[in-house]
Structure formats: C-alpha cells, structure tokens
Write a protein that binds this ligand. Sequence first.
Ligand code: ATP
Ligand code: MG
Length: 349
Amino acid sequence: MSKIYEALLRAEQERAASTNQPQQAPEQTTHVIERAAAAASALAVEELPATTETSTHVPVADPVYTEPRSYDEPTYVEPAYSSVAAVTHPTAPLDIKAVRSTVWKPMLDKLPALEERGNAVEQFRSLRTRLFGFRDLNKLKSILISSALPREGKSFIAANLAISFARHKASRVLLIDGDMRRSSLHALFGCEQTPGLTTYLAGQASLAQIMQTAAVNDDGSPLFAGLGSLTFIGGGEEGDKAADLSGSGRFKKLIEEASPYFDWIIVDSSPVNLVTDGVNLASACDAVLMVARGGVTKFEAAQRALGELKSSKILGVVLNAVDRSPQSDGYYGYDGYDLPKTPTGQATQ
Ligand SMILES: Nc1ncnc2c1ncn2[C@@H]1O[C@H](COP(=O)(O)OP(=O)(O)OP(=O)(O)O)[C@@H](O)[C@H]1O
Ligand SMILES: [Mg+2]
C-alpha cells in the first residue's frame, strides 16, 4: 500500500475515532505526512527519499469542523470553453514594476506562519523542506493545493505555505486564489479580491494589473517577515463563470507568464469532488499537493479526489488538523527520527 493510501486511511481512522468522542481540540496539527514522486498517476506514486520531518502543533483558530458549504454546482461539471474563447487577451510581458501595492490587514489567527516562531512556523517549515527536496529531483515551481471537499484546509495550507516559502531567503512567491467561486485568501490577508484571477482569465486585465503586494511600513520594512516577497492574486469577481474560465487554457498562459519572476507559485483551489475547476487549474501546474482533514475526510472521498486528479502529478498528502504527531506515536514509522519530548509527550524542536 502506498504512503498516500496509508495517509488517507489515517484520516479516515481519525474520523471514525472522532465520531465516538466529544469534539474538543484545543490544539491541532498540520502534518506533513507523505511523500511521493511526481508520477503520471496519482494511484501509482513513486516515493522519494525523505528530507526532514518535524512535528509541531498549529494553534487552532477555528478547530471545529462544520458541514461543507454547498457549492453552486454540486455535481461534476464539464467545462464549457465557448464564452471566453473569443476574448482577446493582453499579451505584453509582465511588467513586475507595475504591480500595485495595497494595504494588507492579515488575520493573524488564520496565518500562524507569520509568527516569528512556534509550532505552526516549524510545521510549515517542515512541509517547505520536503518540497525543496522534491524540487531538487523534479521540475517543481507551481503547486496546486487540492482536496476532496470544502473546509478541509486547502486555503489555510496554501496561505501559510506561501508565507513559509516567502520567508525562506526572501524567495519570490506568487500566491493565487484559484477558488474563484468561494475566494477566501483576500480575507485572510485583508487585501483586495479584485481585479483578480477571473478578471485576467476573462481577458479584462493584464497579469500585472491583477497582482498586488503588501504596502511596506513607513521605514520601508515589510509588514511581516516574508510578506515583502509575497505577491498575491485574488479570486476576482464573477466566480459563477469559474468552470468556463478555468477550462479556457488562459490559466496555463498565466503560469507561463509569471514563472520567470517567481521561485514558487502556490495555487489554492476549490474541492475537486464538487466542481471541476481545480482539475482544470491543476493541468497547468507542475504538481498537486492534496489535503485531507484528520477526523473528517473519508477515505472514499479522498480516493475519488485522487481519481479526479489522475492526470496530474501528486506530491503527497498533508494530513491537516490532527491532534497528535506522527513522531510521538510512531504511526508513520519514520524510524530514527527522534524528537525530544516535552513533559506532555508532545515532540518539540
Ligand atoms: N490546521 C488548522 N488549524 C486551525 N484551523 C484550521 C486548520 N486548518 C484549517 N483551519 C480552519 O478551518 C476552516 C476551513 O479551512 P479552509 O478554509 O482552509 O478550508 P478549505 O478546504 O479551503 O475550504 P473551502 O473548500 O470551502 O474553501 C478555516 O476557518 C481555517 O482557518
Ligand atoms: Mg478554501
């Protein structure tokens, strides 16, 4: 059984266990749990050598899972390309200096990677390290964050991973809100939703026009460490056209246009079991990182999601919001990686 399947089973087991227990989660963990090489099929992954692994706890701002929101299109929707096919698109090269600077008011409780130190910082650093490990062996710049269903933590992972990358030697990071129907990243960062991805995909703005960076402090320093090298593209408006827009092929052009200017491109997306947008966007990205929510994501749902993304390279699964660490219980069998334990038994660094 592949590590990915073990991971998804783990999420399922967490779910089964949680249904027998009252929900109480003062702290939850985002685990970087599994690794798999970029294989043609999500179902036939090839493992890569491990890099490093840390085990930390993400402070929980909103630990209680609620039922998934309904999406506008609750079933699989085939994209229709006709409505955007005739729109002409600005073709000038990206004028990075023309990117607007806007005032950001980040929600610190939702963006723990902005903190100077702490469990979340370490956890996302661990994920980042693994992804650097993949990049040493494979072409890897654009990563779509995906999951089966709503509220599994895609946006949380996308935003905090982007921050973590941006904090690494001031890597240039582009974060794109690819969940055009239910954009949320602009709210997390307290910045502008539009003009955004839909505006570009509809041919109504250039790439530079939809990008934004955080205004710096009076002394020229970034608002938070990392934000100085983070560029953001909001979801934009008219998310009801997301199926058409995501399937138009223009997103591939966006990635190609932006790639020379960034070290990493992180793309948030909508749940692949409900709408097809994420699958469309994934086809333009180098790889996909799946998210499964411990105690919530059902194995079958995650399996189906992997099936939807079978044409994409799957890097692995982040088991999000679990209440214990793999190192402390040895479940994942990372032998020889022994973190010191706190008096409460939680592994620390
Ligand atoms: N590890 C975590 N610790 C604390 N809160 C979390 C964690 N993961 C997710 N959350 C919170 O859970 C909620 C749902 O997460 P998020 O919005 O990222 O899910 P999503 O998969 O993007 O959902 P959707 O598909 O509806 O956009 C958010 O309030 C988020 O802040
Ligand atoms: Mg989201």
